[in-house]
Ligand binder design. Structure first.
Ligand code: SF4
Ligand code: SF4
Length: 361
């Protein structure tokens, strides 16, 4: 027996896998509203998916490819007020950070890894309570996906998850294999137990076949062995100048990245010139003034140095600090870069491998 996180009831602990028929999934998602606001991938325009609130669960796209923005937007919003200030009262925190429980459906393995990387960053030297207030109220229902030509999560070791989810679904034929990751996930299943059935030997066989088939579908391989060392050796490479000539400094690659977390802070004064707000919003190391300091000096004036910095931060300095790269191989930057800069090609070029250049779109 175990204790339910959501209802406090004692519930039996059995196997941590179940099966749900595809026909029951929408009913299940509808029933989740009892526990919080439900979000999932919907089609914004043809072939472009975003996470949005599922006011109508029929809108969910169960086999959606990567969303434009990753789930970080729910934990670390693009722009938010940190506090209010006034000449009379000093500083005042906002009434409340949004602490309502959110249930996020359809999160791919790479994005679950992306969240665990952000957890490490925001729990580190500068603990960020707002992030964790939201994180503690986020329920993750993961979904196994099929890779396309821009994914390289297999190389980054992020194509699969063992933890970081409450439930995790893998498509079988007309059903999903449901792995229960936490007692909270167990509660969600228990609350609509009639929609689930126990796993059979046939399900397990099918599940193994599906996982094996999926593993064979990863066409992009990035060789990570000694990459930090090779990058150190290639610090003055012509590759960075070439990328600097292509890059538009638009910052799209950072905005869509599940592990980019840089921000800027600025004050907005009200018209009465007595009160105002301190705002935090996403920033990007690709922006021209990102490394500009008081006095006017810019440490990364050249575009080539900014592009290079992004690669080195993700693949060298982040590894030194956190023991792994801050890239999960989701392919979003490859998809969104208007200049067609493709991370996979850059890695190959730096390694001295021959690259056939083609547009990312
Ligand atoms: S660097 Fe690109 S591929 Fe890697 S996690 Fe960020 S957006 Fe995804
Ligand atoms: S998305 Fe492409 S063009 Fe825009 S800043 Fe990133 S690398 Fe440069």
């Amino acid at each position: 027996m175990g204790h339910s996180e959501l209802t406090g009831e004692l519930i039996p602990r059995h196997l941590n896998v179940r099966v749900i028929a595809k026909d029951n999934l929408e009913t299940f998602l509808g029933g989740l509203r009892e526990f919080g606001e439900v979000f999932g991938p919907v089609e914004k325009e043809r072939g472009a998916y975003i996470y949005a609130q599922l006011t109508d669960v029929k809108n969910v796209v169960q086999d959606a490819q990567r969303t434009v923005l990753p789930p970080k937007k729910y934990l670390y919003p693009q722009k938010e007020e940190l506090f209010r200030f006034s000449t009379q009262e000093g500083y005042r925190k906002p009434e409340s950070v949004d602490k309502g429980r959110k249930i996020l459906f359809g999160v791919h393995p790479c994005d679950i890894h992306g969240l665990s990387i952000l957890d490490k960053v925001f729990a580190g030297r500068y603990h960020e309570p707002r992030y964790f207030d939201r994180r503690d109220n986020l329920i993750i229902i993961g979904m196994n996906c099929l890779p396309d030509e821009r994914c390289f999560c297999y190389s980054m070791g992020t194509d699969w998850v063992e933890k970081g989810f409450d439930l995790f679904l893998t498509e079988l034929e007309d059903s999903y294999f449901v792995k229960i990751g936490t007692s909270c996930g167990e509660d969600l299943v228990h609350a609509q137990a009639e929609l689930f059935r126990p796993v059979t030997d046939e399900d397990i066989q099918l599940y193994k076949e599906r996982v094996n088939e999926r593993n064979k579908m990863f066409v992009n391989r990035v060789e990570l062995a000694n990459l930090p060392q090779i990058l150190e050796l290639e610090y003055e490479s012509e590759v960075w100048e070439e990328l600097g000539r292509k890059c538009l400094s638009c910052g799209a690659c950072s905005a869509v990245c599940p592990t980019c977390y840089c921000y800027e802070v600025y004050d907005v004064l009200d018209l009465n010139v007595e009160t105002g707000s301190r705002i935090r919003r996403w920033d990007a190391c690709l922006f021209k003034d990102f490394a500009k300091v008081a006095g006017g000096h810019n440490f990364r004036e050249e575009r080539s140095t900014r592009v290079k910095h992004r690669f080195y931060h993700k693949q060298v300095t982040f590894v030194e600090e956190f023991g792994r790269p801050s890239c999960v191989g989701c392919g979003r930057c490859v998809t969104q870069c208007p200049a067609g800069i493709n991370l996979i090609d850059v890695f190959k070029e730096i390694r001295g491998e021959k690259v056939v250049h083609k547009s990312a779109r």
